[in-house]
Design a protein around this ligand. Structure first.
Ligand code: ADP
Length: 741
């Protein structure tokens, strides 16, 4: 133990359960133990705190093993009427102090956090009452005069101010997206209309984002009710027009709290009736209900819960938690903010909706929510708007480059439709520069990208071909022949390098003096100028789900797995999947791997298996070291493990590049494509148009000049010189093993 005093920390989950809560509990318990504190789980939410006894249990390293992949919360949650009373809270205080607990980490929604705050405010008085009643000694009361409180938001609704994402929302989006994709296929077979109701009483996040991710045809959310009185007619016109263009199904997503601008609820049954009457078609309703809450947490929610849990303990043992704090993630970084300010701001949104002040509700939701709604409203149109009379129609070329990344199709679809809607002509080159050099280019119309939103792979084709300087005259000739006035390259490093080549030769070739924009799409997440690249989230989820299965296969046998994941020289997939699956060891190229590392790790595995360890997991980045290969490590550990455990290797391979894009990848692909088209249109009129790569940095969409590529890129290893996610490395290490091992 270092200088600080040993604390007893209690953790509970309360209110609605949310996938990812287990990851938070695990991280809280293990971080607390490794920092030398005692940690207790309070089972069944506040009810367990009021009832005490066996509901409050000391946790060990092992007691939170094997829980991260489970949905819900293994320590239980409840709604508790008694905690709303002072008597109940006094009893709760007494029960906590039986274990010396005076630090509390509450994982729940705004209701639970409000309750926790009241409890904290009353704490000194509750203790005084307990002393008066003879239920607590004065000495003990004096030793625990204040209650430290840190809150984490577990809520599938993503409805909390103070954090960009709540624990559980991403998983709920996975569930909804999978359900809507499934319904879309049956709806298309029968040419049917479906109304799908999703959760969200005051918050349209799940409805809007799932509508964007599944290319639903209409959405109704609480914060932004239809603006016109005859909105039913407007909706039906849009759906009818979609049918006329050949679309075989229509999907309307309704948030459970949807309402009209006078505050009257818009139920899914009402929408069904309105559609049936006006369209004369059979309309089915599916209320997704509790499937949205259930199931295994997504990779993002596991890591969000883990990082927030870690940060919560750090806060609670520091002086910062003298005030109650809320841990959040803002602009892709962990932050903390005064708890009650966040809770009050959250409740403000609900009040604004109740007061029919929708502008205020929308502005409280923030810029990217508004952007998403705007993009959705453009994409749901059945036809592009007619160009303005006399409008200049520009010709833009779209292509993929590099390895296939899930989300490429989503991006092409959005770019083509948004470009057409602005009155421009969209061309597609097949198979990247390989196709372009063969003049394999054709015009893309609105329906040519129908159904692409959810499709994995790359319909337009892609290739890793980076043109040589000798190819440039031919490329210039093809671009000129098609009158290309702007170029969008969706892909990985080879696309960036190709774009850079054209950009730096624009003086010699007038055909290259056009705006060029690259959009990061690579499962490796190894592109400069962006913290996320399209496809990486899908790959990460695919790895995590596969590792879950691998771990289950080892039940009851003492086994160590060495799992090799993709990423080339970039350890992003390895680190993030290791964090999300609780790997004991993660080998990254950025850190290298020595014989000494392997020996130390072997020794600690042996020690672990000699005690009560049943399963070991090592994640190895494919290019970590050319000599210490996956099979070498497996053989070494098997031989030197002395029969204490056996070792299996799994090379996950190309499953990582496949699969339908995750909701996050679809949403970001759409968002970035919209901004890429705005960029191309704005730059096309300039004398010296810019070349850039777009990215997501600190939660914002950013543009970096193509000229900066050499400065930002570690060209030897094909990855950015600075990699933000490496800051999470120490957390993965802390959670991997108890200090003693
Ligand atoms: P959520 O945390 O998901 O918003 P609830 O609003 O149902 O869920 O709150 C969960 C529990 O938190 C309640 O059952 C109650 O025990 C406690 N709680 C909520 N609000 C208060 C309050 N104002 N005072 C005391 N306890 C509260």
């Amino acid at each position: 133990m270092s200088g600080h005093s040993r604390r007893s920390i209690g953790v509970l989950t309360s209110g609605g359960d949310a996938p990812g809560m287990n990851a938070a509990v695990r991280a809280i318990v293990r971080t607390a133990i490794n920092l030398g504190h005692d940690v207790y789980a309070i089972y069944e939410g506040y009810q367990g705190m009021v009832d005490g006894g066996n509901f409050i249990r000391r946790m060990t390293w092992g007691s939170v093993g094997g829980i991260m992949h489970q949905g819900g919360t293994v320590i239980g949650t409840a709604r508790c009427a008694a905690f709303r009373t002072r008597d109940g809270r006094r009893q709760a205080a007494r029960n906590l102090l039986e274990h010396g607990i005076d630090s509390l980490i509450v994982i729940g929604g705004d209701g639970s956090l409000t309750g926790a705050n009241i409890f904290r405010q009353e704490w000194p008085e509750l203790l005084e009452e307990l002393v008066q009643r003879g239920e607590l000694s004065r000495k003990k009361a004096d030793a625990h005069r204040e209650l430290r409180l840190v809150g984490l938001v577990g809520s599938i609704d993503n409805d909390m101010v103070g954090t960009d994402m709540t624990i559980g929302a991403d998983t709920a989006l996975h569930r909804i997206t999978a359900a809507v994709d499934a319904i879309a296929s049956t709806a298309a077979s029968h040419q049917r209309v479906f109304v799908i109701e999703v959760m969200g009483r005051h918050c349209g996040y799940l409805a809007l984002m799932s509508a964007l991710a599944t290319a639903a045809n209409w959405v109704l959310i609480p914060e932004s009710p239809p603006e016109v009185d005859d909105w039913e007619d407007e909706m039906c016109r849009a759906l009818r027009a979609g049918r006329e263009t050949g679309r075989r199904h229509s999907i309307v997503i309704v948030a459970e709290g949807a309402q009209d601008r006078f505050g009257n609820p818009i139920t899914s049954q009402y929408v069904q009736k309105a559609l049936e009457e006006r369209l004369g078609e059979e309309v089915r309703v599916t209320i997704l209900g509790h499937v949205q809450r259930g199931g295994a947490p997504s990779a993002f929610d596991r890591n969000l819960g883990t990082l927030m849990g870690y940060a919560a303990v750090e806060c609670i043992v520091s002086e910062e938690a003298r005030e109650p704090l809320l841990i959040g993630i803002r602009e892709n970084r962990l932050v903390h903010a005064p708890l009650m300010a966040c809770v009050e701001a959250t409740q403000e949104v609900a009040r604004a909706i109740e007061a029919h002040d929708y502008n205020r509700a929308m502005s409280l939701r923030g810029g990217s929510f508004k952007d998403a709604l705007r993009t959705f409203r453009t994409l749901v149109q059945a036809y592009p708007r007619k160009p303005e009379p006399g409008q200049k129609r520009l010709r833009f070329l779209v292509m993929n480059c590099g390895g296939p990344a899930p989300g490429m199709n989503t991006a092409v679809r959005a770019a083509v439709r948004l470009g057409l809607d602005k009155g421009h002509i969209m061309l597609g080159a097949r198979n990247g520069f390989r196709g372009l050099l063969r003049d394999d280019i054709s015009e893309m119309d609105w329906m040519s990208v129908s159904g692409w939103v959810s499709r994995g792979g790359a319909e337009l084709g892609t290739s890793r071909k980076i043109p040589a300087e000798s190819d440039l005259p031919k490329i210039a000739q093809v671009l000129e022949a098609h009158g290309v006035q702007g170029l969008l390259i969706i892909g990985g490093l080879s696309g960036y390098q190709a774009a850079h080549l054209l950009f730096t030769h624009s003086n010699q070739y007038p055909a290259f003096n056009i705006p060029i924009i690259c959009m990061p799409a690579s499962i490796n997440n190894n592109l400069p100028g962006s913290e996320h690249s399209i496809g990486a989230d899908t790959a990460l989820n695919s790895i995590v789900m596969d590792v879950d299965k691998i771990k289950q296969s080892a039940v009851a046998s003492r086994r160590c797995f060495v799992v090799e994941v993709m990423g080339r020289y970039c350890g992003y997939l390895a680190l993030m999947s290791g964090l999300a699956t609780g790997a004991e060891r993660i080998y990254l190229h950025e850190e290298g791997l020595t014989l000494k590392d392997l020996q130390d790790d072997l020794a600690s595995l042996v020690k672990g298996f000699e005690q009560d360890m049943r399963l070991g997991l090592i994640i190895r980045n494919e290019d970590v070291d050319p000599f210490y290969t996956t099979s070498f490590i497996a053989s070494l550990f098997e031989k030197e493990g002395g029969g204490l455990f056996n070792v299996r290797q799994t090379i996950l391979g190309h499953v990582q590049q496949g699969g339908d894009p995750s909701p996050f990848d679809r949403i970001q692909a759409t968002r970035l494509a919209a901004r890429c088209m705005e960029f191309l249109i704005a730059e096309a009129g300039r004398v010296s148009p810019a070349g850039a790569f777009i990215g997501l940095q600190a939660g914002q969409v950013t543009f970096t000049s193509l000229g900066d590529l050499p400065r930002l890129l570690d060209s030897e290893f094909g990855r950015p010189k600075e990699q933000w996610w490496l800051s999470m490395r120490p957390i993965a290490s802390i959670l991997a093993r108890p200090r003693t091992q």
